[in-house]
Design a protein around this ligand. Structure first.
Ligand SMILES: Cc1cc2nc3c(=O)[nH]c(=O)nc-3n(C[C@H](O)[C@H](O)[C@H](O)COP(=O)(O)O)c2cc1C
Length: 158
């Protein structure tokens, strides 16, 4: 298992100049470093994402990471008729989040990850949460224990 701490990768949000460099890297021209995360992601067997629930989704660095892994020619391609086709080896993914309050129907972070993973060919995604962690009177350790139990049950199932 490889753990990637995306906050430590020093990833920059994409701009036009980087997209040109990336297009060239996919064609084998220039430095391949710009597509390194996408190549790694495409080869993974199973993906587990862990991110806190921030501002109804997740910290922006995770969105920056998805910019780096969503690469035409590496993690997906377009068919001649324009239909996208995922190229990732992984078929399963789990998204785990911790929330200070309650997510209810505002699960925008997971919904986005599920959508973009499907686009890249990872269609069997699962969601785990530990919620209400910052609410006075709640016992965060107990909430985390329950979440761990749910995670173990999910691991048995998938
Ligand atoms: C910048 C920021 C934004 C947050 N936004 C939300 C939010 O929209 N809803 C919520 O329930 N909790 C929110 N929280 C609380 C976090 O979800 C909670 O503290 C965190 O998940 C605890 O996990 P951690 O100890 O792994 O960071 C926010 C916390 C921070 C720092």
């Amino acid at each position: 298992m490889e753990e990637i701490r995306i906050g430590e990768l020093d990833l920059a949000p994409f701009c036009g100049e980087m997209i040109d460099l990336r297009d060239k890297a996919v064609l084998g021209i220039g430095d391949k470093k710009i597509i390194a995360q996408a190549e790694k992601f495409a080869k993974a067997d199973t993906i587990i994402v862990a991110a806190p629930y921030w501002d109804m989704s997740f910290p922006s660095i995770l969105r920056v990471y998805t910019e780096h892994i969503c690469v035409c020619g590496v993690t997906f391609v377009y068919e001649p008729d324009g239909t996208p086709k995922g190229l990732c080896r992984a078929k399963k993914a789990v998204y785990i989040t911790t929330a200070g309050g309650f997510i209810n129907d505002k699960n925008y972070g997971y919904d986005y990850i599920k959508g973009i993973f499907e686009f890249m060919g990872i269609c069997d995604t699962h969601f785990l949460r530990a919620e209400g962690l910052d609410i006075d009177g709640n016992d965060p350790m107990q909430i985390l224990e329950n979440a761990k139990r749910n995670a173990a049950m999910l691991a048995e199932k998938i």
